[in-house]
Structures are given as structure tokens and as C-alpha cells.
Design a protein around this ligand. Structure first.
Ligand code: ZN
Length: 83
């Protein structure tokens, strides 16, 4: 439960240790508190990215439609003016 295994010497060191007490290699810092929120954050980002992609796809598709509608509306608007 407490500590983790040093990847270099495979000895158990403290979880928050930055230097292995056995082989004195630098260890990756563990942000215990961020672990949960980081996973949540990553999941949220993935979700948001997916939603954004779907939204953008729909938006572009819709905008194409609007653009066509707009151009025809402009034509209709401008023809009575110029005549
Ligand atoms: Zn070590």
C-alpha cells in the first residue's frame, strides 16, 4: 500500500520519494492528490473533444446550408433594390 517499486532497482521506496533511497536514481514525482482529478480531467477532455468534433461537424454542415440560404436571400434582397 505504502510506497512504490523503484523502476531501476526494484526496491520499495516511499511513494513521494523523488530519489530512490537504494540506487539514488531520480524518480518520477507522484502527485497523489491529482491522480483522481487527472483521470477525471482526461476523461472530460476526451468527452469535450468528442462533443466539439460532433458539434463542429454539425455546425459546418448547417453553415453550408445557411450559406446557401444566405446567398439566395441576398439575391432576392438585392434584385428589388437594383430594379
Ligand atoms: Zn532504486
Amino acid at each position: 500500500m505504502f510506497g512504490r517499486i523503484c523502476p531501476y532497482c526494484k526496491e520499495r521506496v516511499k511513494k513521494k520519494a523523488l530519489i530512490c533511497r537504494y540506487c539514488h536514481k531520480e524518480l518520477e514525482p507522484v502527485e497523489e492528490n491529482l491522480d483522481g482529478s487527472l483521470g477525471l480531467f482526461a476523461g472530460f477532455i476526451g468527452l469535450a473533444a468528442g462533443a466539439t468534433a460532433v458539434f463542429l461537424y454539425g455546425y459546418v454542415k448547417e453553415r453550408r446550408k445557411w450559406h446557401q440560404d444566405d446567398s439566395s436571400a441576398y439575391c432576392l434582397d438585392e434584385s428589388p433594390d437594383s430594379n
